[in-house]
Design a protein around this ligand. Structure first.
Ligand code: PMP
Length: 491
């Protein structure tokens, strides 16, 4: 029999898939989710509404109520709003109707990898534009690439995942007037920056804005996103949207979050404060460069430690971060989402340990890696970082004390694994599986000891991907206290 894969487009077969290793950890700060759960009362209201509705019937063909509420939220017209099953679906719908073989799409990099992946699947050409020396957007380079390559679409993530920088409203307006190609601004994290280009929609018919309920709105599990553009453009993009794309339950949940917007706003304000505090703490660590971020995550660059080794060291301490070292220009970087106070403390403690006890790399020279799916570059050679080595040595001496008291007190309140659950993997330290506090306390163990555990675990053939996982899952033990829950309890 001939190989059925020969029917798959060569451009697709050449691609690396967009994947995320399915790891779990008590402190999960790898996907830029909101660590503060929605209040139980709100969840119950959604459940009650869902119970009152027949489940055997399709959701509305056009989710009008949701669209109207989204229009009000954004301050844009309802016929210029398209709701989607997460903003990923809308990125896909948008590219489906605009990109075909040879279509050029300008994409600054490093950025969210889905834009380039979908462009390639559709036969388009990603025109990669490198960020500036400090990983900031360089609007001149983007404008130049659009002009020179006559790009049909330009996609800018602002704040950018994973670097955290933004393109200003004026810069976006400039792109919109310099050529008629579509300018797509992915505002997945805009609540954390407090800025938006939505006010430009009225003047610029080639502007498209993407947003999501997965980050600030604490609804990643229910998949709701939305797109804002001119009504004419929305009608075209809507043709590529699958019918009944948002289930009724997710619609109800999104509406409930919008009904109680004040709660969401205080959660965002709290995360912004936590981000700024975490950034300040990270800056005090020797051997790390933290990039300023307008989002709910921070990119960190390791001076002379291998990102993968630091990632694994943190993971062994129960802290799951995102290894972005395969992204172009981020060969020494990890991305950490902003967590609760306790989670941020655990991250800092884990980093101090990893940085203090791991041997430095033999050759600490910069390693610039290319994205496996890279096609063409406008600026092929990224400029060297202007801050250079001096920036590292200028850092203040790192703190040695870990403010573990808050952490321990909070963590102790968290529940141990559900009774009856069995440990699927022997933890590095026997007591680790029993509570998250133990996990962090044990983070004081040495790197050497972790390594020894790993070595013996792999020798004995035991599964060791999730040191503290239980067959009942680790969610319960890792669920932080919601500020909302706390407030409503106090009230
Ligand atoms: N855009 C960006 C920049 C993102 O980081 C993400 C999620 N990682 C998405 C879009 C997709 O979000 P959603 O959950 O709404 O599909």
């Amino acid at each position: 029999m001939t190989d059925p894969l020969r029917h798959v487009k060569p451009a697709v077969r050449a691609l690396k898939p967009y994947t995320l290793a399915a790891r779990q950890a008590p402190i999960k700060i790898n996907q830029n989710e909101n660590p503060f759960e929605l209040p139980d009362a709100m969840k119950r209201r959604v459940l009650e509404r869902a119970l009152a509705r027949p489940w055997g019937r399709y959701p509305e063909f056009d989710p009008r109520e949701l669209t109207a509420a989204l229009a009000q939220l954004a301050g844009w017209r309802p016929d210029g709003v398209l709701a989607g099953n997460g903003s990923n679906e809308l990125i896909e719908a948008l590219l489906l109707v605009t990109v075909g073989p040879g279509t050029r799409v300008v994409i600054p990099e490093p950025t969210f990898t889905l834009y380039a992946l979908l462009t390639s699947i559709l036969g388009g050409e990603s025109v990669r534009v490198s960020l500036g020396p400090d990983l900031e957007y360089d609007v001149d380079t983007i404008a130049q690439a659009r002009r020179q390559r006559e790009a049909a679409v330009t996609i800018v993530c602002s704040p950018n995942n994973p670097t955290g920088g933004t393109l200003s409203r004026d810069e976006v307006a400039r792109l919109c007037v310099e050529g008629d190609g579509l300018v797509v601004i992915d505002e997945a994290y805009h609540e954390f920056s407090g800025e938006s280009v939505v006010p430009l929609l009225a003047e610029h018919e080639n502007l498209v804005v993407l947003r999501t309920f997965s980050k600030a709105m604490s609804l990643a599990g229910l998949r709701v996103g939305y797109l804002l553009a001119s009504p004419a453009l929305v009608r075209e993009i809507d043709k590529a949207r699958l019918p009944y794309n948002i289930n009724f339950f997710s619609q109800m949940a999104a509406l409930a979050v919008l009904e109680e917007r004040g709660e969401m706003e205080s959660s965002v304000a709290r995360l912004r404060r936590l981000r700024d505090a975490l950034f300040a703490d990270l800056q005090r660590l020797r051997g790390i460069r933290a990039y300023p971020s307008r989002a709910n995550f921070i990119l960190i660059e390791l001076e002379d430690r291998e990102p993968r080794a630091v990632f694994e060291s943190l993971y062994a301490a129960g802290v799951l971060v995102r290894d972005v070292s395969t992204y172009p220009r981020l060969g020494r970087c990890l991305r950490v989402s902003v967590g609760t106070e306790a989670e941020n403390e655990a991250l800092l403690a884990g980093l101090r340990r990893a940085l203090g006890e791991m041997p430095a790399r033999a050759a600490a020279g910069a390693r610039e890696e290319r994205c496996p799916n890279a096609e063409s570059d406008v600026r092929t050679e990224p400029r060297r970082c202007a801050r250079g080595k001096g920036a590292w040595s200028a850092r203040r001496a790192r703190r040695t004390s870990v403010s573990s008291s808050i952490w321990t007190a909070r963590a102790a309140r968290r529940s141990p694994p559900a009774s009856g659950s069995s440990i699927t993997c022997s933890p590095p330290w026997p007591s680790m599986a029993t509570s998250i506090s133990t996990c962090v306390a044990r983070a004081t163990c040495t790197w050497t000891r972790t390594t020894r555990w790993r070595t013996s675990a792999s020798r004995s053939g035991r599964p060791c991907a999730k040191p503290w996982a239980t067959s009942a899952g680790s969610g319960a033990s890792g669920t932080p206290t919601s500020p909302w829950t706390r407030r409503s309890r106090a009230a």
